[in-house]
Design a protein around this ligand. Sequence first.
Ligand code: ADP
Length: 626
Amino acid sequence: MSIRIKVIMPYFLLTLAVAIVGTYVVTRLVASSLSERLTNQLLEAGRVVSDGMARQEIKHLETARLVAYTRGVAEALSGGDAPAASALAEPVAAGLDTESLVLIDRQGQEILHLIRQADGSFQRIAVPSGISALAIVQDLLATGDPKAMPRRGIGQHPADGRYYYFTAIPVAAQFGMTGVVIVATSLDTLLPYLKSMALADVVFYGEQGQVLATTLVGQLSDGDGLAQLSIAPDAYQEALLASNMIGGENFTLQGRWYSLARSALKVGNERLGVFSTVLPLNFVLQAGSASRNTYVLIFAVAMAAVVTIGYGVSRLITVPLGQLVRTSQAITGGDLSQRTGLRSKDEIGVLAATFDEMTANLEARTAELQKTYHTLEQIDQAKSSFITLAAHELRTPLSLIKGYTEMLNQDNELDPDLATLAHGVLDGTKRMVEVVDGMLDISRIDSQTLEIAPALFNAGMLLERVRGEFARALELRSLSLNTQSLFELPPMVADPEQLYKVFYHLIMNAIKYTPDGGVITVTGRMVSDNVAAPEIEFAVQDTGIGIDPQHQEPIFEKFYQLGEVQFHSSGKTKFKGGGPGLGLSIARGVIRAHGGRIWVESPGRDDVHCPGSCFYVRIPFKAGPG
Ligand code: ADP
């Protein structure tokens, strides 16, 4: 994960979490406060409906009383003078905003029955309509009490089948009740009036819980809608007896959600039935979803801002870091001239400045080292040139000396003392020739002009040649040279003359650095496990003084030798005799030219206990043809 994402991610996740929780909480708060408001409105509407009913009742009573107390009405009723009673009552009803007026005499006969038409005029209903059978009328007539309390109720009008709210009072004369006045308002008129005051739809229920009338006008004709609005008789009874309004279940009607509250329809102390106030829920839902949308938008904007800020902040960190990374990669790639160029005062700035300083130091140090290396290279070059030159210059006179001394040596008539001297000179000369040859080998290795002439040979035979070379020295020094499993090795293809030199130097060193009586063992083996191509490995183990670990690498460099200078002229096979420091360098050059490697293993140097050294030579094995 890139550092940019690591910086932005926590910001983003945190904001997302806050956004989700925030939107949820706020929406819930808004929704619950809105639904609380809705409930309050329903309750308030319920109160207003009750007030409206009370007012309607007062209007009914006023109208009924005006009719009942109109002079002559009571008498006309008691006297059975129906036309007179009608003639007196009708103008009163017309002057008031009465929807329906009925006059009934003491015997329950309908004297007058008026119902207002849509055009405002009264329709006179042919009597009898059957309205006197209403319970409230029968009840009043049964009391016969002219001071009886008014009766009221909701019921179906026998004349037009519609539901009405009726109020009935006795008509009193001096001698008692002479009839009953009924004032009625249809629910179709009453409910819109109640709705207009309550600002909520209203539903009136019958005793079975069925809907008698509702202002949810559109649904009136819709049988299903009405059936859906109906309530169970239990719920009706519960609402009828409850002292407060009861919340009902929310419901849908023609795709809209509504909430309602039910209550007993009380007029005075009487409970005439049950009604509901109904309000659409959509304003709650809409407000809820509007607020949710608003908050989602706010949080989305906030989130975008946070991500942008996070991105900006991350850039403040990642841009310099990227610069640092690029510079360090360039430096790793070898371009030490690169600098970060960052100059800020923060931690990254300090890091970058330190890094630049380090790089500058490194560059200066590297330049110094390069200069020194160059100088050393030049010196080495000069040394190599000198060696080559010296070797070539020395070779010719040495050949002459060697030639003459050999001639002298072969002269049989020579004085014995002179013969001994000539022999000594010859030995010294051979040694010098060897040293000069070594110098020439080194100069070829350095100039990479050493030529390898591959031939098929047997390693055992090669080692026997070397043994022959050192037979006298081994005998003098009481050293034994063991060769093991060399003849069992398959014949190999390599430059036998060059490899001869390698073993020559290795065995000469083993002789030189092993005290008298020691053992030198040369072994060989094929190495074919875990290597791509088979190799052949030789080991020259001695019981000599050993080599300290810190010298085990550099002894392969030319002129590197640990021997003490005073022993140098003591002979090439003398214990700790020393030498020019070329043997191992030549051996390494030859082995490398064969594509192999040479190394030494030794526990360390100890001239007393002689832990020994073991030189390993490993070269790719090439078998002969067939
Ligand atoms: P030279 O023998 O002429 O000094 P070489 O290159 O052959 O040079 O060897 C380098 C040095 O390695 C020697 O001076 C000697 O100190 C050390 N060395 C080589 N072979 C052995 C050995 N078998 N045991 C201990 N030291 C050795």
